[in-house]
Design a protein. Sequence first.
Length: 298
Amino acid sequence: MSWLVFAFSGPVLWAISTHMDKYLVEKYFKGSNAAVLLIFTALIGFLALPVIAVLAPGVLALDWASAALMASSGVLYMGGMLFYLRALQAEEASTVAPFFQASPFMGYVLGYLVLGETLSGAQMAGGILIVAGTMLVSLRREQTRFNRRLAALMLAAALLLASASLIFKLFALRDAFWPTTFWMFIGEALFGTALLVPYRAQFVALLRKNPAAVLSINAVNELVNLGGGLGMRYALVLAPLSLVQAVGSTTTLFVFVFGVVLSIFVPSLGREDLSRPELLRKGVAAILVALGAALLNG
């Protein structure tokens, strides 16, 4: 199976998760710190640990130095998600998502400097088309001022997420996929435990106020997010970091696509512009992404 299938599973599922994140933030976490939402992320990863241990019994046989570095990938990932959620609390999902375009460039630099990865002409053209398509769909006429806080949060998130992907790829190539995933989840669980200390009261209060809704929606959201993460991480084993990051940047496009679907069928959850010029622009963007994906797979 092509690495593109695994790579595109990430942005598709993450786009769904972005809309679910926005729903959760607005409905249940509006008065809470964004860090509380990450405690649920850490919990899902923690519950996955015994399953991975059964699938790959040798996960505990790694040397502790390697295990610690693998765990640091989980810590960096959670740090990046914390910046992202704080940005999402203040801005619309369609405004936040475009900043993920920084990830492919950061991934290219990190992949070149650390892994010695180089790209062919067709791969570079495909990556550029994908990023161009997602940038086209990201441009909005009403954006007349530069939001420095949003830019700082999302650039920090992109750098941390690219660094987490780099560490994951580095060890997944050497020590296999599942052991690396196991220790990455350990890092996420440690990050979540650290957050639980200062935000325990908010976490408990949310559970007491809406236990069924918070647990069920969060569980579904985290499983969707986990599926996207696993797909993207497996793609990292098969393809260069910068190309996987470029495909991952199409999250923006899928956020808009699902936003349009929500605006048509569930308008209370979606507020996308459905005018002819906007739909035409997004259609052109989708074509550019498709052409880029064809070049990457060619």
